[in-house]
Ligand binder design. Sequence first.
Ligand SMILES: *[C@@H]1O[C@H](CO)[C@@H](O)[C@H](O)[C@H]1NC(C)=O
Ligand SMILES: *[C@@H]1O[C@H](CO)[C@@H](O)[C@H](O)[C@H]1NC(C)=O
Ligand SMILES: *[C@@H]1O[C@H](CO)[C@@H](O)[C@H](O)[C@H]1NC(C)=O
Ligand SMILES: *[C@@H]1O[C@H](CO)[C@@H](O)[C@H](O)[C@H]1NC(C)=O
Length: 640
Amino acid sequence: MAPKKPLCLPSLLLPILTLLLPQADTRSFVVDRDNGRFLLDGVPFRYVSGSLHYFRVPRVLWADRLFKMRMSGLNAVQFYVPWNYHEPEPGVYNFNGSRDLIAFLNEATIANLLVILRPGPYICAEWEMGGLPAWLLRKPTIHLRTSDPDFLAAVDSWFKVLLPKIYPWLYHNGGNIISIQVENEYGSYRACDFNYMRHLAGLFRALLGDKILLFTTDGPEGLRCGSLQGLFTTVDFGPADNMTRIFTLLRKYEPNGPLVNSEYYTGWLDYWGQNHSTRSIPTVTKGLENMLKLGASVNMYMFHGGTNFGYWNGADEKGRFIPITTSYDYDAPISEAGDPTPKLFALRNVISKAFPEPQVKNFAQGSPNRDYLYGFPMVPKRIWAQFQEIPLGPLPPPSPKMMLGPLTLHLDGDLLAFLDFLCPQGPIHSILPLTFEAVKQDHGFMLYRTYLTYTVSEPTQFWVPNNGVHDRAYVMVDGGLLEPPVLGQTILTHWLMFPLKVDKLVKWWFPFQLLKRSHPETPSGPAFYSATFPISGSGRDTFLFLPGWTKGQVWINGFNLGRYWTKRGPQHTLYLPRPLLFPSGALNRITLLELENVPPQPQVQFLDRPILNCTLRKTYIYSLSAGVQGTSELMQLSGH
Ligand SMILES: *[C@@H]1O[C@H](CO)[C@@H](O)[C@H](O)[C@H]1NC(C)=O
Ligand SMILES: *[C@@H]1O[C@H](CO)[C@@H](O)[C@H](O)[C@H]1NC(C)=O
Ligand SMILES: *[C@@H]1O[C@H](CO)[C@@H](O)[C@H](O)[C@H]1NC(C)=O
Ligand SMILES: *[C@@H]1O[C@H](CO)[C@@H](O)[C@H](O)[C@H]1NC(C)=O
C-alpha cells in the first residue's frame, strides 16, 4: 500500500509542542549504513536496553522498576503494547490507570530512558492471545495476522487510535521513542503474508511520518518471512545460541546497518507442570560481553519480568495449548518483586566495561535528576547526552518482605449458590453450546447447563469430540466448547449458558455477606473461600503460599492476583505487591475461587520469599465420577 499523507495532529497540540521543544528540529535517531551504526543527534550511538512490560507491573511501581533499570547501566527500555488490554470491545478504549501508556512513557523519560516501542498488533509476549482481542474471533472466518480485510479493518481502526497518541513521543518530536517495531516475529507465523507486512508498514508510515525508524525482529529462522524491504532488520537469540552464525545470517537481510539483538534472553518463562526455568549468570554475561565487543546494540528480554495478573497469562500452542504461569519472573536481572539480583550486578559490570571510561559518571545519589525533570512532559535536549554514559549510582537494596499467617479461610459458598449475582441478566439459550467469544465473555468463567431428558442408568462416557474444549472444563452432574458434547452416543442439546461476572462479585463482596448461609457445609464443586486480616504499619511485599490447595483464582481486596495451581507447580507462591494492601487500621480481604479440592485445613500463608521451583512430576489426573442416575442436570464450568 502506498504511504498516505503524514498524520494530522489535533490542531491544539502543535503550538503547545513547539512551545516546549524549541530544539525539536535538531533531534534525530537514524541508521548510518556507511559506518554500520546508529546516530543519535548526529553522534555515534548504541543502545543497551531492557524489556519491561507496563502491563505486568502495578502502575505505582513503574517508576521504581524503571529507575533500577537505568541504574543498571541501561539507556533504553523496550516494551510491547497489548491491543486486548486497551480495546476490550470494538471501539471502546481504555488508557486509564495501569493502562495509561502515556504515563509510562513519561516515567521512562523521568528515569532517563529512551524507548523502543513494540505496538504489534500481535505481540506474543506469553500474553493472552498474543495481545489480539478475543472479539476478533466473533467472526469465525477471520484470518488473524494476514491481509484478510476483516483483520486489517480492525487493525487499522486500532492503530488510528494508538499511533496518534504516541506521535508526540517520537524522538524527533521531542519524546523518547527512538524506534518502533512492526508486528512481532512474523517470520515464525505460518502465513508468511508479505502483503500484510506491507500494509502495516504503510499504515505506520501514514500515521507516524517518514522520520521514525521502523524495524522488524525475528529469530534466525524467521528472517525470511519476517523482514521486509524498507524496514530495518533485527534478530533475536539467547546466550546458548551461536552469535557468529546468527549475525552472519542477519547480514543477508541487513548488509550494512548496525547489528541488533532485540531479544537477548536473560532467562526464560515457566509453564504450569514443567520445571522452573533459569539461565546461569556466566552464560548470560558472556553472551552480552561478546555482542558488546562486536559493537552490537542489545535489548535484554526480560530485564524485569513482572506478573501475569488476572487472566492475562497466555498459552503456547505446541500441538496442544501449554499455559504459562502467573509469575513472569523470567529469572530476569530484576526479580518479580523488583529486587536487584546477582545477575543484575554481573550484567552491569559487563556494560560498564564496554563503555569508555571517561563516559562513566556518577549520577546524583539516589535519584536520577528527578526534581529537575519532574513535571516536564518532554526532556530538554541536553539531558540526552547522558545516554552515552553509564550511571554508576547505588541501587536500592531489596525491598523488605513480610511473613504472616497461617490464616484460616472460611467457606463463603458454592459458586452455584451465587448464580443470580454472577449472572444477573440470566442465561443465554442455545441448541448447541456457544463459545466464549460468541457470548462476548473474553475471559474468566462460564457455566454451561443442560437437562438430561432421559435416564442414564449405567456409567456412560461424556466427551467433546475433536478436542473441542480449548480451555478447561469441569463437569458437574446434579449439582468451551467448539463441538457439541456427547453423552454416550447422544449429542446433548438445549444449553443454558451463564457468563459469570466473578470479578465484579468479588470486588463488591457484599452479596457474600447478605447471602451467608446458616453455616457452610462441605462444598460441592467450585467454591468461594475468604478471610480478612490486618497488617501492621503500611505492610511490605510478600508472597502468598497456598499449601494443599488445588487450582483456582485468588483476589486481594478485589484485585485479581492471578491463577494458582499448587497441585501442578512449578509456581507455589503468588507475588503480592505491598501497594495492594490496606495499611493498619483497615482490614484486608483475601478471596479464593477453588475449582477442585480444598485442603483439610483451609489455610494460606504469606512468606518472605517466593517458591517458584517445585514441580509435581507425577502426571496429575482428574477424577470425574461417572454414572448419572435419573433425569439429571448436567453442567459444565469452563474457564478461559
Ligand atoms: C477512564 O477515566 C475517565 C476519566 O476519569 C472516565 O471518564 C472513563 O470512564 C474511564 N474509562 C474506563 C474504561 O475506565
Ligand atoms: C558458530 O558458527 C560459526 C559460523 O557458522 C562456526 O564457524 C562456529 O564453529 C560455530 N561455533 C560453535 C561453537 O558451534
Ligand atoms: C526437571 O527437574 C528434575 C529435577 O532436577 C529433573 O530430574 C528432570 O529431568 C527435569 N525435567 C526436565 C523436562 O527438564
Ligand atoms: C528452589 O530454589 C531455592 C532457592 O533458590 C533453592 O534453595 C532450592 O534448592 C530450589 N529447589 C529445587 C527443587 O530446585
